[in-house]
Design a protein around this ligand. Structure first.
Ligand SMILES: *[C@@H]1O[C@H](CO)[C@@H](O)[C@H](O)[C@H]1NC(C)=O
Ligand SMILES: *[C@@H]1O[C@H](CO)[C@@H](O)[C@H](O)[C@H]1NC(C)=O
Ligand SMILES: *[C@@H]1O[C@H](CO)[C@@H](O)[C@H](O)[C@H]1NC(C)=O
Ligand SMILES: [Fe+2]
Length: 607
């Protein structure tokens, strides 16, 4: 007898099935030899169910979660995610260490299925019925860099009482120990760059670099940091069914000579192997004469290439990834203010995220901020006095630990460089690139007047020399203003934006694109100072990949609403011109369609 969990009421129908004991699955795999997870190889799976044909099985029923239809493309089909009911069969891809025994812990959300001791990395549902004689063929693409082998297992009992009925032999990953997830991070200082990557072991690894391809004059040893362990996480699913060991992050600061020519580099070691070579343009120093271009997107997530299901779903995140990668030679930095991988305690998603962004993050500086899905939790780590502002279970028990492990961001800002007040856990920082000063706030910790973050922001903006960086951009995850009126708590520091003449404020968290007029306290500002400053334009860039939010009515301060996936771009042309571009979605093979272009013009020098 299967028990219907209270949290599924209204979602799943109670199944009245015969005995499960007599259903078996034969799982045949075909691959093209040892799999290398970062290539595009696929594992083909063929499953045949055998057992007692006299048993009656129900056809699976589905409960659907709808992704919002794009209002700008009303004829496109809406995106649906089907969650299988109690009586269906499904096939999951598991890391070798997974335990497919029944889950017995606390269930906090209907999305925490399938209820196993270790959830699959991802899975496919059997179409049609789940009964003897049925066959099912599918293919998993090996599209994320992992540190373990895999296996495939077949279950009946749907998502709420799954029972394993067959399992494949191991899928051997040939490059599992080699380095991957290569990531460049900038500091305020322009003569050093942080290079990070991931591997299976804490053996000594290196960054090698030089000014010519293939000729590495410098070799810098890396430090190795172990991933948070299961017991470091304080809540489900990160401490239970969602946990996977994320290996080691290797990091080194490399010092680059002042030059504008590209730096060629690779990472790894003779013992574990070397990455392929990549290159990047050195950080742009602050200067009103230097144009700079940055990409902005939030609420991003991951897309597996095979169309399988996984926790949370961002089926078009890969379109944005591809479109950004296509314009990478024009870009200096990517800023993603929060809701990055949507790992939310299902930590294998960090492996896919880091693999997905590598074509971008190994070539330009990829700067992140923290969102609720990285940080918010009921039991914040006690490694600092960081006052978490929004409690809740949005990070699935990660409490920022997994994000800090994967994505170390700078701790200093130009306003107070070296005073040691900003801790890594607080996660806010600033840096200059060409004619612009960029600030990344952490909206998940306190920011109202009197708090550390507020004082830091004021000191940082006070320290900006507008003759050098005439443009100032402030970013954070939760929106201070948007068409739903924004967040009153964040509005408590809005006066700082006006006082320091912040040009653009960039937010995510709500899943659409939006641009406002220059505004203050909910009203458009039309008066300008002598240099042409009126107010802060608020940009929402939360259309990075997660299911789109329904757009509320237009507000008086709205100038553009973009109800489709996409990303935005700021091009600082010179001291007088800044261009905001907002892109929409399109097939990966095509160019991203430009939906809006807006130019801000001011005098230079400012006043
Ligand atoms: C995970 O955290 C929850 C909430 O703190 C706790 O009840 C549960 O026992 C933990 N599970 C494990 C396996 O530690
Ligand atoms: C800045 O760039 C704009 C657009 O290209 C140009 O029209 C303007 O003259 C430039 N301003 C200065 C001060 O060079
Ligand atoms: C994303 O790209 C895929 C593959 O090219 C395409 O089928 C899909 O329609 C694209 N999504 C959107 C929202 O344009
Ligand atoms: Fe969010």
């Amino acid at each position: 007898m299967r028990v219907l969990l209270p949290s599924f009421s209204g979602l799943l129908t109670l199944a009245l099935l015969g005995s499960v004991a007599s259903l078996n699955a034969d799982v045949a795999l075909s691959t093209t030899g040892p799999i290398s997870s970062i290539s595009n190889e696929k594992v083909h799976v063929k499953i045949t169910l055998t057992g007692d044909a006299s048993l009656t099985y129900h056809a699976p029923t589905y409960s659907s979660k709808e992704f919002w239809r794009s209002k700008s493309k009303p004829n496109d089909p809406p995106h649906f995610v089907d969650w299988l009911s109690d009586d269906g069969c499904w096939v999951g891809l598991f890391l070798a260490s997974a335990d497919t025994g029944p889950y017995t812990g606390k269930v906090i959300d209907k999305m925490d299925v399938p209820l196993l001791k270790t959830v699959p990395v991802r899975w496919f549902d059997f179409p049609g019925t789940c009964r003897p004689g049925a066959t099912f063929e599918t293919a998993f693409s090996m599209d994320s860099k992992v540190r373990e082998d895999y296996f495939v297992a077949v279950f009946e009992g749907g998502y709420s009482s799954p029972v394993e009925i067959g399992r494949s032999q191991k899928i051997i990953i040939s490059d599992k120990h080699s380095p991957g997830h290569v990531h460049l991070t900038r500091y305020q200082s322009t003569d050093k760059v942080l290079v990070s990557f991931n591997s299976a072991f804490p053996v000594q690894q290196y960054v090698q670099f030089g000014s010519l391809p293939g000729l590495y004059k410098s070799t810098v040893p890396c430090s190795a940091t172990a991933a948070p362990q299961r017991s470091d996480f304080q809540d489900v699913p990160a401490n239970s069914s969602g946990y996977v060991d994320l290996g080691y992050t290797h990091r080194a600061d490399i010092t680059i000579p002042p030059s504008s020519s590209p730096v060629y580099y690779r990472v790894g070691s003779d013992s574990l192997g070397w990455s392929t070579e990549s290159s990047f343009k050195p950080p742009l120093p602050p200067s009103a004469d230097l144009p700079t271009s940055v990409v902005l997107l939030a609420d991003y997530g991951v897309t597996y290439d095979d169309g399988s299901k996984y926790h949370w779903l961002e089926p078009d995140a890969r379109n944005n990834t591809r479109h950004i990668a296509a314009m990478i030679s024009e870009i200096d930095l990517v800023f993603t203010p929060g809701d990055l991988a949507y790992s939310t305690g299902y930590t294998s998603k960090w492996d896919k995220y880091s693999t997905q962004i590598e074509p971008i993050a190994s070539r330009v500086f990829f700067q992140t901020g923290k969102g609720n899905h990285e940080q918010d939790c009921e039991h914040p780590p006690s490694n600092g006095d960081t006052p978490v502002h929004y409690l809740g279970d949005d990070s699935g028990g990660e409490c920022g630990l997994a994000a800090d492990f994967k994505l170390k961001m700078p701790t200093e800002g130009s306003g107070n460089e070296g005073n040691g007040e900003v801790t890594e856990a607080e996660g806010y920082y600033s840096l200059d690139s060409g004619a612009a000063h960029f600030v990344m706030l952490n909206t998940e910790v306190a920011s109202n007047p009197g708090t550390d973050q507020y004082n830091w922001l004021v000191a940082d903006l006070e320290g900006v020399n507008r003759e050098v960086t005439p443009w100032v951009v402030v970013m954070g995850h939760r929106q201070m203003w948007d068409a739903q009126m924004g967040d009153e708590y964040l509005q408590e520091f809005e006066h700082v934006l006006l006082e320091y003449k912040v040009d653009v404020a960039v937010w995510g968290h709500v899943h659409y694109g939006e641009r406002t007029c220059p505004m203050y306290k909910g009203l458009c500002v039309t008066e300008k100072d002598e240099a042409g400053y009126d107010g802060t334009i608020h940009l929402i860039v939360g259309n990075g990949g997660q299911g789109l939010s329904e757009f509320p009515a237009w507000r008086d301060f709205d100038e553009v609403q973009i109800h489709e996936w996409g990303f935005s771009r700021l091009d600082v042309v010179n001291g007088t011109h800044l261009v905001i571009e907002m892109y929409g979605d399109s097939p990966m093979e095509e160019e991203a369609p430009l939906r809006d272009r807006h130019v801000i013009v001011r005098d230079f020098p400012r006043v």
